[in-house]
Design a protein around this ligand. Structure first.
Ligand code: F6P
Length: 764
């Protein structure tokens, strides 16, 4: 109430003041106009009296003069008239005029002296004399009388001006009433507006905050969008979310302490890294950036996209947990629009927590380094998927050049940080660890290889295997997903160059520098309250909603989520679905498989052809079985957000991950993490790293179509009890081996490495 008064009171005072000023102005104007009008009338009447009196003065008798003044006295508002001779003696005067006019009034004297008309307003008090009690305000207008060109007297016209005062009082009263009504109206309106736009929403927001504070995390926002307090609403929503997250973290921490469990959480990682890094920032370098800015084709506004990438899925929670700098390729077409002069910006856009430093590549560089050497060379080399690697010398040149550019960007970011910690990512940067280490021997450098490392014979295909292995050995620590990849790497080192491989402690010693090689199975951030998050619908309801959106009638769903990549076994998966429907016709028109496929690396011919092959295979299989309202496969050929994908995860009876070869595969873990209902089955390729941990999945050989068809049948027929047991065990595994644990182990091993030569070398 006090706030409302504070806003409204000045308004009332100002409106009242303005209205009163306006009333005063109106009254003054009215009075002036009435007086002017009277003066004009008096002049006309005076001249007419002058014209009538002058002849009578010559001819007489005085009786006629008296009659004339009596007649003038009968006109409207005219109190009367008087005629005076040159000496001021009254010659004639209207009967009933106040006695004061029997002697010549001042105005008449001045008119005689000036030989011109003189008007004057007299108040009631000025008119009263002696024992007379009439107090009539008078206007007097006097004119000189002439004979033979000389002034021989004066006439005076006397108007009663009390009607002017009455009229002015009426106007004053009306104006005051008007002012009052206006003030009341405006005040009322202001009160309503203030309540509606400010105090109402503020009170509701306060109530909402109170609800959130008392632990009702999902209480709906208090004020709708588009209201004047939108931005506050937006910020408060974030604040409330943060508050709830912080509370959830604190509760989880307390629960863990209580249960003596050793789960890794974002908070625990943050605290642990803060101690380990001693408040130094963490540096990360990857090709793929966590946020891409792209122009909206329709209105050229800028949208933010989170790319479909395992690296991003894994590293974002780590960067969120500890402030740092992520150096990555600025690949969005609007990326340059949002960076500062040093090509940096703070992300995530909604909740800036760390720095993203963008590095720019020309189309030619991207073609050689990314498409060519990384994805037509190293990718098929490391994945046993029977696509022949292509190694072009010009691509190799670009790969070296871009590794150098990223290394320089990293070194620039590290300036001013003593003994910095760098976590490099993936096969795009095999040369970078040595480049960084040579310039900053005091840095601790780790590289995590997100894809498989093939056996030494296969890796030997690469004409530049020596340079690649040597570049990697610049790192203090090399991480792979599984032990087999570590073994393959050590064998490759043995074959490729001069170095001492220490199999007993999994390390390589080359030119006095030691590189440790360890498995760190990557994972996802397991949502602790996944029972509650976004689960407004149960699995069946979600499936029904998705069926309606997709326009298919099915009571059972299977789901696959992949980048459309030839290593993912998508064609084999579809053939297994075809086989399953052939063998189990009872599932026709009941079961639909939804394949979410984000087109990937489409500038590379092999990927373009593969995308066409996948689309054609969907058409072929659907044509065999589909009806008007049902089809066996729905292929959603576009990038989907995490939220969109998680709806499919929750609706599905099973998720199918059938990679021909895969470093880890986080889809398998994401599916498990999203099944808070402990239902659904996972069909998982034995050639994916995830199969080493998720042993309760239905494991398959993706080259064996019949086996996969059987597993689909098994997944759909699996009793709820068995689903629950398997899912519960897989969830426990993913929960305990989450991405925070991955980062904690990797970074903890890295920070514990002793650096022997802290000499700094100048950045080239
Ligand atoms: O598996 C390697 C990897 O870098 C993943 O982390 C990621 O899912 C995928 O490749 C992304 O590929 P790109 O960045 O080329 O789209």
């Amino acid at each position: 109430m006090r706030t409302t008064l504070k806003i409204v009171l000045p308004l009332i005072v100002s409106v009242a003041a303005v209205s009163l000023l306006f009333a005063a102005y109106q009254v003054r104007t009215e009075k002036r106009n009435l007086r002017n009008e009277l003066s004009r009338r008096a002049e006309i009447q005076g001249e007419s009296l002058q014209e009538s009196v002058e002849p009578l003065l010559e001819r007489g008798p005085e009786k006629n003069l008296q009659r004339l003044v009596e007649r003038f006295g009968q006109r409207e508002h005219l109190k009367g008239a008087a005629v005076y001779d040159a000496s001021g003696t009254t010659l004639a005067i209207t009967t009933g005029l106040p006695g004061v006019f029997r002697s010549r009034p001042t105005a008449a004297t001045r008119a005689a002296q000036a030989d011109a008309g003189v008007g004057e307003f007299l108040s009631g008090d000025q008119v009263v004399t002696g024992n007379e009690i009439e107090r009539v305000p008078i206007h007097i207008y006097a004119l000189p009388l002439h004979r033979d060109g000389s002034v021989v007297g004066t006439v005076a016209l006397l108007h009663d001006t009390s009607y002017i005062d009455e009229q002015v009082s009426r106007t004053l009263r009306d104006s005051l009433v008007n002012a009052l009504v206006q003030t009341l109206l405006i005040t009322g309106l202001a009160l309503i507006l203030v309540r509606w736009t400010f105090t109402g929403p503020l009170t509701r927001t306060a109530k909402w905050l109170r609800t959130l504070r008392t632990g009702q995390a999902n209480a709906p926002a208090a004020i709708s969008n588009r209201e004047i307090l939108d931005e506050i609403n937006h910020e408060v929503t974030h604040l409330a979310r943060d508050l709830n997250t912080a509370r959830a973290i604190a509760e989880e921490e307390a629960r863990l302490r209580d249960s003596n469990a050793s789960l890794w959480t974002a908070e625990r990682l943050r605290v642990s890294l803060r101690n380990k890094l001693q408040d130094k920032p963490l540096f990360v370098v990857s090709n793929r950036e966590p946020y891409m800015h792209v122009f909206n084709e329709k209105d050229q506004s800028i949208n933010v996209i989170i790319p479909a990438s395992g690296v991003v899925t894994a590293l974002e929670p780590v960067l969120l947990a500890c402030n740092g700098t992520w150096v990555a390729n600025g690949s969005g077409n609007a990326d340059r629009e949002v960076v500062d002069a040093n090509d940096r910006l703070r992300v995530p856009p909604d909740h800036p927590s760390y720095t993203l430093r963008r590095v720019w590549l020309s189309d030619e560089e991207d073609k050689g380094y990314y498409e060519g050497f990384s994805n037509e060379g190293l990718w098929p080399l490391c994945h046993i998927a029977h696509t022949r690697p292509i190694f072009r010398p010009e691509d190799w040149l670009q790969y070296q050049k871009i590794n150098r550019r990223f290394a320089n960007a990293v070194l620039q970011e590290m300036e001013g940080t003593e003994s910095p910690i760098l976590l490099a990512q993936d096969y795009h940067f095999a040369l970078l660890p040595r480049m960084v280490k040579e310039a900053r021997p005091d840095a601790r450098v780790a590289i995590f290889w997100h894809i498989p490392w093939p056996n030494a014979e296969v890796f030997g295909i690469c004409p530049w295997q020596r340079e690649l292995v040597d570049g990697l050995l610049g790192a203090d620590l090399i991480g792979f997903h599984i032990q087999t990849h570590c073994n393959n790497f050590l064998e490759t080192v043995d074959r490729a160059l001069e170095a001492i491989t220490e199999w007993d402690r999994f390390a390589v010693s080359r030119q006095g520098h030691i590189t440790r090689v360890r498995p760190y199975p990557i994972s996802v951030a397991f949502p602790e309250n996944s029972h509650a998050i976004n689960e407004t619908r149960n699995s069946g309801e979600e499936r029904a909603a998705l069926c309606a959106e997709l326009g298919v009638e099915a009571s059972l769903f299977g789901v696959g989520v992949d980048r459309v990549d030839y290593t993912k076994g998508i064609l084999e998966r579809f053939r297994a679905i075809e086989r399953f429907l052939e063998l189990n016709p009872v599932y026709q028109q009941r079961f639909t498989f939804v394949q979410i496929g984000a087109p990937s690396r489409t500038d590379i011919e092999r990927y373009r052809i593969f995308l066409e092959e996948v689309s054609a295979e969907v058409v072929r299989i659907n044509a065999r079985f589909q009806t008007a309202r049902w089809k066996p496969i729905v292929f959603l050929k576009k990038h989907h957000s995490h939220e969109e994908i998680s709806r499919y995860y929750r609706a599905a009876s099973f998720c199918m991950v059938t990679s021909l070869h895969d470093g880890m595969n986080l889809v398998a873990k994401e599916f498990v993490a999203s099944r808070g209902d402990e239902r659904g089955a996972l069909i998982l390729s034995t050639f994916a790293g995830a199969a080493h941990e998720l042993t309760d999945a239905l494991l398959v050989n993706p080259y064996d179509v019949s086996q996969m068809a059987e597993r689909i049948h098994q997944a759909l027929e699996m009793p709820e009890g068995e689903q629950e047991v398997r899912m519960e065990r897989m969830r426990r595994n993913v929960r305990e081996h989450n991405v925070y644990r991955w980062a904690a182990h990797l970074l903890s091993d890295l920070t514990e490495i002793r650096i022997e030569t802290p000499e700094r070398v100048e950045v080239p």
